[in-house]
Design a protein around this ligand. Structure first.
Ligand SMILES: [Zn+2]
Ligand SMILES: [Zn+2]
Length: 183
């Protein structure tokens, strides 16, 4: 594999496993370079816990890079795409030509954190389905609705969830136009 340099620090990126998948990581700024399709896969098999991800995000976060950076593979300017993590104004840098995405230090952990919050939303959806099933029994449904209304809101903005639709659209566009690329 050709050695790719960090688009921020220019030091060689190192192959590493993230959530069990091969990615490239900068030993200096802790940024990550990965294929868009691999990021899609990585989000589907979360292995790190919320606590691990929070620690990683706090340790590695170096601030969002505002300047335009160049793709470590083809060296053309990457485009900024919003990374919708509530409470943070973050962007990832994408090379549509190579279907590669760059996460500044800590941003991949933040994105995973936001994503891993989504099972909580799925649980809420499941509760709603059960509530619908209870609709035939008005007294039980009223008691159920009252209990659901008392459920606490997620306190941590990181856990409030990534906008799935934004990512899905962004992955579809970048991936659909260009297909797989080796790092
Ligand atoms: Zn770096
Ligand atoms: Zn490129």
């Amino acid at each position: 594999m050709t050695v790719r340099a960090c688009p921020i620090c220019a030091v060689p990126l190192e192959p590493t496993a993230y959530e069990g998948l091969a990615v490239l990581r900068c030993p200096q700024c802790q940024g990550h370079l990965l294929e868009l399709a691999r990021y899609d896969a990585l989000r589907r098999i979360p292995r790190k816990t919320i606590v691990e991800l929070e620690a990683e995000a706090q340790a590695g976060f170096s601030g969002d890079t505002a300047a335009a950076i160049r793709c470590p593979r083809c060296h053309t300017a990457m485009s900024k795409r919003p990374l919708s993590v509530p409470g943070f104004a973050l962007h990832v840098d994408v090379c549509g030509k190579c279907a590669l995405v760059w996460f500044d230090g800590g941003e991949l952990a933040l994105a995973q954190l936001a994503h891993q919050a989504s099972p909580m939303f799925r649980e809420v959806q499941e509760l709603k389905r059960r509530a619908e099933a209870l609709a035939a029994d008005p007294a039980r449904k009223a008691a159920f609705d009252e209990a659901v209304a008392k459920l606490p809101e997620p306190q941590n903005p990181l856990r409030a969830g990534l906008t799935e639709a934004v990512w899905d659209a962004f992955l579809r566009i970048a991936w659909g136009l260009h297909g797989p690329t080796r790092l």
